[in-house]
Design a protein around this ligand. Structure first.
Ligand code: APR
Ligand code: ZN
Ligand code: ZN
Length: 366
C-alpha cells in the first residue's frame, strides 16, 4: 500500500510503498478515506515527541472503512465506517476494569502509544525493516491494521473527512472541556492557543453552556474561526501583549477555567495565572519532555487547580459516538475546521501549513 513515511527525523515525509500484513486475532484492517494532520505529527517529524520513532507512518486522525477483520473481532465487520481513535485501552487492567479506561497505562496501552502491538510487533514493513504506525494509527496511508479497541463504528451518513477529526483534535479539545475541566453552565473560560485542538475547547465550552469564552491566539485568522465556533471575545496576542492582563481586564478576578492548547510551559503559566481563586487551568498542549512549568506557589495555594490531560481523557467507545451525535445535531461544527484538503502525495504541504499556522486543520483525502 502507499503510505506517508518518515524515514529520518527532520526530513520531509516520503509517500512510498509500505508492506502491510493481514490483521491477526483481535485486529482490524481499515481502508483509510481521510486523515487530518495534527501538530503532534509535526512534533514527531521534528524529533520532539516521545512517541516518535523512525521509520514511522505518520497520521493519527483517520477515518475509513473496515476492509477485513482478524479472528475474534465481533464489534465491527467489513464495510463499516469507522474512526481510528487516538488510542485503544487494554480492557483488562485494574483501571480498565474499574471503568477508568482513560487512565489505562498498561503495557498494551504504552506499546500502542509507541506504535507497537501488545507483543511488540508491527504489521508494517519497509524493505524488510519493521515500520511503526504513529500511536498505533498511522492514518496517512491507504490502510492500517489496528486493535479492535482502537476503532469506533460511526453512522454511515457522516462524511469521513469530518469524522476523521474525531480521531484526535476534536476529541482532545472537547474532552479537555467536558471530561477534564468539566466546564459548568454560566462559567467563564479562556482558551490560549486556538489551533485544531483549541478551537474544539472553544466548542466544548460553548456546548457546556459557558457564558464567556475568551479566545487568544497570535493569528487573527484563528480568532475569526473561534468567533464562528462560539468565542465571545477574541484577544490577538502580539509580542507586547500580556494575556493575563487582557483576560483579567475582561473578567475581573480571573476566569473559572483556562486552557493552554499549544504545548509551551510559559503559556501554561499564563493560563494558570489568569484563573480566579478556586479556578482551574488545564494543560492540553504537550510540552517538551523534561521542561518544568513555572508557577507561583501562592496562586496554587489559593485553591486553584492545574490539571494535566492526555487526549482529553477520552474513552473512544463513549466519546467518539457522543461527538458524532453532537455533529449530526448541528451542535458541533467540523467542516469549518478544515482549512485545506490535499491528496496523499501533497502531504508535506499540510506540514508546511502547520509551521505557517494560519489554518485550523489540513485533511488528506486518501
Ligand atoms: N499565545 C497564544 N497562541 C499562540 C501562541 C502564544 N504565545 N503561540 C502559538 N499560538 C497559537 C498558534 O497560532 C496556533 O493557532 O497556538 C495554536 C496552536 O495550534 P496548532 O498549531 O493547530 O496545534 P494543535 O494541533 O491545535 O495542537 C496543540 O495540543 O495535542 C497537542 O501536540 C499538540 O501541543 C500541541 C497542542
Ligand atoms: Zn493529534
Ligand atoms: Zn487497561
Amino acid at each position: 500500500m502507499r503510505a506517508a513515511g518518515l524515514e529520518k527525523f527532520h526530513t520531509p515525509l516520503v509517500v512510498e510503498e509500505v508492506e502491510i500484513e493481514e490483521p491477526r486475532a483481535g485486529e482490524v484492517l481499515v481502508r483509510l478515506a481521510a486523515s487530518g494532520v495534527c501538530r503532534s505529527d509535526l512534533h514527531v517529524q521534528e524529533e520532539r515527541s516521545p512517541v516518535g520513532h523512525v521509520p514511522m507512518v505518520l497520521g493519527h486522525e483517520g477515518a475509513g472503512f473496515v476492509e477485513q477483520v482478524g479472528p475474534g473481532v465481533g464489534g465491527v465487520a467489513p464495510g463499516d465506517p469507522v474512526v481510528i481513535a487516538l488510542y485503544g485501552p487494554c480492557g483488562t487492567c485494574d483501571d480498565c476494569r474499574a471503568g477508568d479506561i482513560a487512565d489505562c497505562w498498561s503495557q498494551t496501552r504504552q506499546n500502542n502509544a509507541l506504535g507497537l502491538m501488545p507483543d511488540g510487533s508491527t504489521r508494517l514493513s519497509l524493505r524488510g525493516q519493521p515500520v511503526r504506525p504513529m500511536v498505533g494509527s498511522g492514518s496517512l496511508a491507504e490502510y492500517s491494521v489496528v486493535r479492535e479497541a482502537q476503532v469506533v463504528k460511526i453512522h454511515p451518513e457522516i462524511p469521513l473527512e469530518a469524522a476523521c477529526l474525531a480521531g484526535c483534535g476534536v476529541t482532545t479539545g472537547i474532552g479537555a472541556a467536558l471530561n477534564i475541566a468539566r466546564v459548568e453552565l454560566g462559567s467563564s473560560v479562556a482558551v490560549l492557543g486556538c489551533g485544531g485542538v483549541g478551537l474544539n475547547v472553544v466548542q466544548g465550552a460553548r456546548i457546556a453552556g459557558a457564558r464567556r469564552i475568551l479566545a487568544l491566539d497570535t493569528q487573527s485568522s484563528k480568532l475569526d474561526l473561534a468567533a464562528n465556533l462560539g468565542a465571545t471575545d477574541g484577544i490577538l496576542i502580539g509580542p507586547e501583549t500580556d494575556p493575563v492582563e487582557e483576560i483579567q481586564r475582561r473578567v475581573p478576578g480571573g476566569v473559572d477555567y483556562a486552557f493552554e492548547v499549544i504545548g509551551r510551559p510559559q503559556v501554561v503559566r499564563q493560563a494558570f495565572e489568569s484563573t480566579r481563586a478556586g479556578g482551574t487551568a488545564v494543560m492540553v498542549g504537550s510540552p517538551p519532555a523534561g521542561e518544568s512549568i513555572p508557577i507561583d506557589g501562592r496562586l496554587l495555594f489559593s485553591d486553584r487547580r492545574l490539571l494535566g490531560c492526555t487526549g482529553g481523557g477520552n474513552i473512544p467507545q463513549r466519546d467518539v459516538p457522543r461527538i458524532m451525535d453532537l455533529y449530526r445535531r448541528g451542535e458541533l461544527k467540523l467542516e469549518e475546521l478544515i482549512g485545506q484538503r490535499l491528496e496523499l502525495d501533497d502531504v508535506n504541504r499540510a506540514f508546511e501549513a502547520l509551521v505557517e499556522g494560519e489554518l485550523a486543520r489540513s485533511v488528506v483525502q486518501i
